[in-house]
Design a protein around this ligand. Structure first.
Ligand code: HEM
Length: 258
């Protein structure tokens, strides 16, 4: 719903947007597990493209606030984005904002339930929420890796990477690097100097980081207030996606307030 509002499409389409995002996300690191899903993913891309093309045409007739409109209007040195570029950026923003934030909340909640003393700490000291979210981003990195194609022969960390070769940067591993973080495998909700890589780095640093942080702060503050929160399943299942780490579902129980 937040994403629909941000883009400027009808809020009542939020279930459809979520379903498309989930299918699209499978493309990011999953084909080795589910090659038979390729056609579904391609159909989903075609459907999303059609939906956003219609949204753009609709906006040409009656404009509404949101990212789609901003992308349509954006102009740098007289140059505008083509319709396909607006659609592509809209899809990236929509998908980028969904599975990642969902997984941050799901994985973070599971981590807190498994370390009850940390859950208690967050409940008793709600003022640590900002650093708690940063630590959960570091500790259970929702977006595990990204990739780049090398533009020219480059030596990095003593290794030659040739022009045209693909490089995968595993942010999740960097976030547990003992040379960077002291005691990296322990969860410290008040960790100082927590410059993690969960939102990427430099030119492509996450466009939605501020929003994701805000959503996570609201969610964890509310969840930490629940009484006797427990996982209601003995066999939690992780998604078979090497890029987006998250559970298929996280059933929980808690005590209703008296
Ligand atoms: C916990 C939540 C999130 C995580 C972990 C996350 C993670 C990331 C990462 C790692 C990148 C960099 C990818 C790269 O360099 O290859 C990125 C980029 C991006 N993210 Fe997020 N993201 C989150 C939430 C969001 C939200 C809420 C939005 C949209 C409102 C969003 C939109 C984007 C976009 C559009 C980019 C591409 C930026 C560019 O290429 O310049 N993300 N995100």
């Amino acid at each position: 719903m937040v994403t629909a509002g941000l883009l400027g499409v009808p809020l009542e389409d939020h279930r459809q947007l979520k379903a498309w995002s989930a299918t699209f996300a499978e493309m990011l690191g999953n084909f080795q597990h589910n090659p038979d899903r390729i056609n579904d993913v391609l159909r989903c891309v075609a459907d999303m493209t059609g939906y956003f093309r219609d949204a753009i045409r609709e906006q040409e007739r009656c404009p509404r606030d949101g990212l789609i409109r901003s992308l349509m209007d954006a102009e740098v040195d007289g140059s505008r984005l083509s319709e396909d570029e607006v659609i592509a950026n809209t899809i990236v923003t929509m998908v980028g904002g969904q599975e990642t934030t969902t997984n941050l909340i799901g994985n973070g909640l599971l981590t807190l339930i498994r370390t009850p003393e940390k859950m208690r700490q967050l409940r008793e000291q709600p003022e640590i929420i900002a650093s708690a979210v940063e630590e959960l981003l570091r500790f259970e990195t929702p977006s595990q890796h990204t990739a780049r194609i090398c533009k020219e022969d480059t030596v990095m960390g003593g290794k030659l990477i040739r022009k045209g070769e693909a490089v995968m940067a595993v942010m999740a591993a960097g976030n547990r690097d003992p040379e960077r973080f002291s005691d990296p495998d322990s969860l410290d909700l008040t960790r100082a100097d927590n410059r993690h890589l969960a939102f990427g780095w430099a030119a492509h640093f996450c466009f939605g980081a501020a929003l994701a942080r805000m959503e996570a702060r609201i969610a964890f503050t509310a969840l930490a207030r629940l009484d006797d929160i427990r996982v209601a399943s003995d066999d939690l299942e992780w998604r078979t996606n090497s890029g987006l780490r998250g559970l298929k579902a996280l059933p929980i129980t808690f005590k209703a307030a008296a």
